[in-house]
Design a binder for this molecule. Structure first.
Ligand SMILES: *[C@@H]1O[C@H](CO)[C@@H](O)[C@H](O)[C@H]1NC(C)=O
Ligand SMILES: *[C@@H]1O[C@H](CO)[C@@H](O)[C@H](O)[C@H]1NC(C)=O
Ligand SMILES: *[C@@H]1O[C@H](CO)[C@@H](O)[C@H](O)[C@H]1NC(C)=O
Ligand SMILES: *[C@@H]1O[C@H](CO)[C@@H](O)[C@H](O)[C@H]1NC(C)=O
Ligand SMILES: *[C@@H]1O[C@H](CO)[C@@H](O)[C@H](O)[C@H]1NC(C)=O
Ligand SMILES: *[C@@H]1O[C@H](CO)[C@@H](O)[C@H](O)[C@H]1NC(C)=O
Ligand SMILES: [Zn+2]
Length: 426
């Protein structure tokens, strides 16, 4: 923590104490919060809920504004083996402002429900939830209240669209990586995220990978990933828990989505999107949620947005507890970090074990073959069955591929040994 952060924190604490003695402090209201108000909210949340929150910044925007993340969960500051990390990122396009407030209300809801709502408490006892309210504070600061369309405030301060700014696995992305994007890239490579969503406005739909085509010849239609069944399930979980998103044709003017979901590319293709990057670089399953027809509606509409999205925001994240998880270890049960785990038939997407040797693989009920590999170890496959409503625990032990190597080494040494013996006898 640098000096300014330190002062800010104490400043807020003093302010809060004054607030408490002078008058009852109001709870989170339905209005748009600027950066200063957002920081007060986040510091206050971590001050009131020190046991279940961890507030950290992953870097700074072009204008030097901290990119805050509030992590929420039981014992959040320590590593709990096999507890999955999930994340939400709001306001990546600065003028798509509804998500910013929804992220704040979601934080408020989780914190207030911990200990009072059994479902939420149980979830937070077993999951680490990381919420980044805004990935584009500079863009938001330029945006105009009441503007439903348009691009003012969409980009970051250098004029780059952050959801076109990630390295693309299929096409060359010439857009230079921005500070905000760089911070997110470092973050997702450091933490092992399993499930994620990023939030937008301007439409009402849950959009899942791929956004980009893995071929120069394809220019229209869906770009299907090997985990299409899981992604559809995830997207449907959101839209069906939402009060109106899955009810076709209740979408925004001009849009026609069945059940409120779409493959990214079959809607329109983009290069450098965040969801494809999450999935292909670190195996984090991310979808993109468009949550409002109007990008920056008047605050009087915020209460109904919250009522409609509240269950969807919660239920989506509970999906992290489906499929299979476990440790990949060596023969002495030492965890193997960065081992590659894939599901046979769903290559080429590989999921890497965390720095603690853990893996998570979201799968629908059925029979699968997991394949784990690490340098210097024999590639190993195991069969698993995934049931509905319960995650399958399957550890995978890898044996050193030392036998063949050892034999090869001995084979090389053998002539030398013979030679030395011969020399001795001569
Ligand atoms: C601080 O958090 C407490 C507990 O959630 C809440 O009652 C209070 O309204 C918050 N104050 C501010 C200024 O956000
Ligand atoms: C507890 O939280 C869950 C998940 O958000 C919600 O569906 C349920 O209605 C809540 N229960 C009560 C009694 O508020
Ligand atoms: C969650 O963890 C707390 C603290 O260990 C414990 O008291 C509580 O019973 C747990 N609640 C649920 C619903 O798992
Ligand atoms: C928002 O923009 C104004 C000028 O337009 C600037 O003075 C202010 O510092 C900015 N706030 C943040 C948090 O960047
Ligand atoms: C990586 O994450 C850990 C928490 O898991 C954190 O303590 C550390 O500061 C992070 N490192 C970087 C470089 O972000
Ligand atoms: C993309 O296509 C190439 C060539 O067909 C293939 O080798 C590769 O595995 C594909 N990548 C993904 C992620 O589907
Ligand atoms: Zn957007």
């Amino acid at each position: 923590m640098n000096t300014i952060q330190y002062l800010l924190r104490w400043n807020i604490v003093v302010m809060l104490l004054l607030g408490i003695t002078v008058s009852r402090v109001a709870s989170l209201d339905f209005s748009y919060h600027n950066q200063n108000q957002l920081e007060i909210f986040l510091h206050n949340a971590s001050f009131y809920y020190p046991d279940i929150t961890d507030l950290y910044s992953i870097g700074k925007s072009v204008h030097g504004v901290n990119l805050w993340v509030l992590a929420i969960g039981k014992d959040i500051k320590s590593h709990v083996p096999l507890r999955p990390n999930v994340k939400y990122i709001g306001n990546i396009h600065g003028n798509e402002a509804v998500s910013r407030e929804m992220m704040m209300h979601f934080i408020d809801y989780l914190l207030r429900s911990y200990g009072s709502n059994q479902t939420v408490t149980n979830f937070l006892n077993n999951t680490a939830v990381h919420v980044m309210v805004t990935m584009n504070p500079d863009g938001f600061n330029k945006s105009i209240l009441g503007m439903c369309d348009g691009y003012i405030g969409r980009d970051n301060a250098n004029g780059f669209d952050l959801n076109r700014n990630f390295p693309d696995f299929f096409k060359e992305n010439k857009s230079p990586v921005q500070l905000e994007t760089h911070a997110v890239i470092e973050w997702i490579h450091n933490q092992s995220f399993v499930l994620s969503a990023n939030f937008h406005g301007g439409a009402m739909v849950a959009n899942y990978p791929f956004d980009s085509y893995n071929s120069t010849s394809q220019t229209s239609g869906a770009s299907i990933s090997p985990d299409d069944d899981v992604f559809q399930h995830l997207a449907l979980t959101y839209t069906r828990s939402h009060a109106s998103m899955s009810l076709s044709p209740v979408t925004c003017p001009g849009d026609h989505f069945v059940n409120g979901i779409t493959n990214g590319a079959s809607w329109y293709t983009i290069i450098g999107g965040m969801q494809d990057y999450n999935y292909l670089s670190v195996g984090c399953m991310e979808i993109t949620i468009e949550m409002a027809c109007c990008k920056f509606p008047y605050p009087s509409q915020l209460p109904q947005f919250w009522q409609k999205n509240k269950d969807a925001l919660f239920n989506f994240l509970t999906r992290v507890h489906i499929g299979a998880k476990g440790f990949v270890t060596d023969e002495n049960n030492n965890p193997l970090p960065s081992a590659r785990v894939c599901v046979v038939g769903r290559e080429p997407v590989h999921f890497r074990t965390s720095k603690y040797g853990e893996y998570w693989r979201l799968l629908l009920p059925g029979s699968y073959t997991l394949q784990a590999e690490a340098n210097g170890y024999l590639t190993t496959t195991v069969s698993i069955v995934v049931h509905d409503g319960v995650i399958t625990r399957q550890d995978i032990k890898l044996m050193k591929s030392g036998f063949s190597k050892g034999f090869f080494n001995h084979a090389v040494h053998l002539p030398l040994l013979l030679l030395s013996l011969i020399m001795i006898f001569l």
